[in-house]
Write a protein that binds this ligand. Structure first.
Ligand code: GLU
Length: 374
């Protein structure tokens, strides 16, 4: 069990750890911070030597590539710029990690994934198997989003959520986000009264309200909001997530000495499949339900057509849709048993009235409880 931040570096409580490195740490003025990276890798080599398995999620491709191509705004002025910058920068990034790990006799493995690679269950399991095999073979996977092919609507855009998703896929027990802020503050960290929250048990609406929405440095794209979403994804899977200020040399060594940062402890552990489902980020439509249905869902029931009040979007049977209550509040998401058109046909109808609309015997539910997460 992980009780505090430092336990993330302990092989008994955290056998497998994801370490996410943000652009602001790795890149300064368009150039890699080579000495800092060497100090981090020395720390990582120590953590591995004690028995932990490590996977790295590294940002920096866009920032490095933009500098080489002379693109404005760190390569983030347009999607086309970001994609071009990532293509150039990813080569540099991979060489950087491979070279620095090699100095400790560690073999680096590059893995580039898109959001849809992890949204599709079969491809997700495939990525999971590759990570497993790489670790068994003694390599350290270095993962990034495949930014040069990911399109606007279907991309992570930040590596915080990607890191949490990789943690699920890799069956890891911890994620450590190395950031340019010390952790979650109860208000804007620029405010002198801001207080660092050391421990969070469950990402509640109060916790979500503490996050501003911009990245500290402007180099990366994460920001605290993305980090809290990452914490939500992680906690579904029973994964502990930590945020620390990684800017100084030997960030992991420092963590062991000071323990400063924020730790998000998981308060639940869903089955692997439900954790995957809950961590999916791109619903194709939305279902709105009445108060009675919302109460039934909270009690763990399936979503029935009688409680449906509105159907948004155009989707096929089997699609991921979000579910909303009477005030538009998000209740969860799940895999829908009918197409959008069929949902509209049976919306508000009781079981006996549905066959006439559908032309065939209705299914047990619009979303079965086994295919829904709250
Ligand atoms: N994947 C992006 C890159 O390598 C970084 C995304 C982020 O800032 O989190 O540049």
């Amino acid at each position: 069990m992980v009780a505090d931040l430092a336990a993330l570096l302990d092989p008994v409580s955290t056998r497998r750890l994801i370490v996410k490195v943000g652009s602001a740490l790795l890149v300064e003025g368009g150039a890699p911070r080579v000495e800092w990276l060497a100090s981090l890798i020395a720390d990582l080599a120590e953590v591995r030597a004690k028995g932990s398995e490590v996977i790295i999620v590294s940002s920096g491709a866009i920032a490095l590539g933009a500098a080489r191509l002379g693109l404005p705004r760190g390569g983030r002025a347009s999607l086309a710029d970001a994609q071009a910058a990532a293509s150039v920068g990813q080569v540099v990034l991979a060489q950087l990690w491979a070279g620095a790990l090699e100095r400790h006799d560690i073999t680096a493995a590059q893995m580039l994934v898109t959001l849809s690679d992890l949204e599709d269950r079969r491809r997700y399991l495939n990525a999971s198997a590759t990570l497993e095999r790489l670790i068994a073979a003694g390599a350290v996977p270095v993962v990034n989003e495949n930014d040069s092919v990911a399109t606007e609507e279907i991309r992570f855009g930040d590596n915080d959520r990607l890191a949490a998703r990789v943690a699920q896929a890799a069956n890891a027990s911890g994620v450590l986000l190395l950031s340019d802020v010390a952790g979650l503050y109860d208000r804007d960290p620029a405010d002198p009264d801001a207080r660092l929250i050391e421990r969070v048990e469950g990402v509640t609406p109060d916790i979500l309200a503490m996050a501003g929405d911009s990245s500290g440095s402007g180099l990366g794209s994460g920001g605290m909001r993305a980090k809290l979403q990452a914490a939500q994804i992680a906690e579904r899977a029973g994964v502990t997530l930590g945020i620390i200020d990684g800017r100084g040399d030997h960030p992991l060594g420092r963590l062991l000495k000071t323990g400063v940062g924020t730790v998000f402890l998981p308060v639940r552990q869903e089955t692997a499949r439900k954790a995957w489902l809950g961590g999916r980020l791109a619903p194709q439509g939305a279902l709105c339900v009445d108060a009675g249905c919302a109460a039934a869902l909270a009690g763990g029931a399936s979503l029935l057509a009688a409680g449906l009040t509105d159907v948004k979007g155009d989707f096929q049977r089997g699609a991921l849709v979000s579910v909303h209550g009477p005030d538009g509040e998000r209740l969860g998401q799940g895999l829908v048993e009918y197409s959008a058109q069929e949902c509209r046909a049976i919306q508000g109808k009781r079981e006996g009235e549905q066959e006439a609309q559908l032309g065939y015997a209705p299914r047990a539910a619009v979303i079965h409880r086994d295919h829904m997460v709250q």
